[in-house]
Design a protein around this ligand. Structure first.
Ligand code: ATP
Ligand code: MG
Length: 305
């Protein structure tokens, strides 16, 4: 891997984040050791946004997400959670800030030896003083929220890929987060399950007022639910496009590689115009269409079909 010298440009003093900011990133630089993956990354995530981090494979999306969620220190730059300067504080302060964040890793990572209820209950066990019965009850509630009512005692090996993703989301929701970081939530899902997951994300945003930061290259999801986003360019190692992906895809002035990405190399059979506007409620995002309407038996059968 070619080495790139660390940036020497000193960022100017950042202005305070806007009042409705959920996450504010200023001139961030991320990488490993002295190797720089991305530099001068700046963006605002507003409360209630479904914000997509886009870019080709290997450009550094997961790495950036790890920095945003406090698992990895940036090489330079600022990150604000609301008004809190995240990396300027102590480890304890970062933990406290992350108490209001939920995380779904790219690998999903449910514990195979634990039931779904135990998996979802794990953060509650770690971060609250609730007793076992209360944890079980809350875990059931979270599972119901993602359409997995009745699956409390199933093991990860007994459910489908789509259900695993939703169980992971239930675990991310365990501590009632204000902001959720999801890494490739719909990777490996069939289009119908992927669409259901999109609707669920939109519903959670609408009902819980949560903010989502999502890494994905699923164009159908991006055009369907994104309210805002950035494109990370592997060649120039920085953000080359920002904004609502639908608008970016329709704007001929969007940077070339971002446009190629958003139009699948200029051959996107869907096109942003083929998808419902992100602001409109997704079709079927109602109680009837929402996961959870089916019994565990029916749903397991449907999803494994
Ligand atoms: N722990 C690590 N140490 C050193 N380099 C790493 C480490 N993790 C990832 N990388 C490198 O950083 C680069 C970006 O990886 P990252 O996983 O952030 O990309 P990505 O955009 O999420 O890719 P994908 O779309 O395939 O998930 C890759 O070249 C990868 O090899
Ligand atoms: Mg990744």
């Amino acid at each position: 891997m070619p080495d790139t010298p660390l940036s020497t440009s000193a960022p100017s003093a950042p202005a305070a984040p806007p009042a409705d900011s959920a996450l504010s990133v200023r001139d961030l630089q991320v990488g490993y050791g002295s190797y720089v993956l991305m530099r001068h990354v700046s963006f605002e995530v507003r409360k209630g946004d479904i914000f997509f981090i886009m870019g080709g494979s290997g450009c550094g999306k997961s790495t950036l997400l790890h920095v945003l969620m406090g698992l990895k220190r940036p090489q330079a730059g600022k990150e604000f959670f609301g008004k809190v300067d995240f990396w300027d504080g102590t480890e304890a302060q970062r933990r406290q800030a992350m108490r209001h964040a939920g995380v779904l890793f790219q690998s999903g990572a449910l514990w195979s030896s634990m039931t779904l209820a135990e998996n979802v209950g794990l953060p509650l066990q770690q971060y609250t003083d609730l007793d076992d019965d209360e944890i079980r009850e809350l875990a059931s509630l979270k599972l119901a929220l993602v359409g997995l009512a009745g699956f409390e005692d199933f093991y990860p090996s007994e459910i489908s890929g789509g259900m695993s993703k939703r169980a992971g989301l239930a675990r991310a929701l365990a501590l009632d987060p204000q902001i959720l970081f999801l890494d490739e939530p719909s990777a490996g899902l069939d289009p119908v399950s992927s669409n259901l997951l999109d609707e669920l994300i939109q519903e959670l945003r609408d009902t819980l007022g949560a903010t989502f930061v999502i890494v994905s290259h699923e164009l159908a999801s991006i055009f369907s639910i994104a309210t805002n986003g950035i494109f990370l360019d592997v060649k120039t190692r920085t953000v080359t496009a920002k904004g609502n992906p639908r608008e970016l895809a329709e704007n001929p002035h969007t940077q070339k590689d971002a446009l190629l990405f958003l139009t699948r190399g200029g051959k996107n059979p869907l096109g942003p115009q083929a998808c419902s506007p992100a602001s409109a409620p997704a079709a079927g995002a109602t109680a009837a269409g929402a996961p959870g309407a089916a019994s565990p038996e029916t749903r397991a059968k449907d999803e494994n079909a």
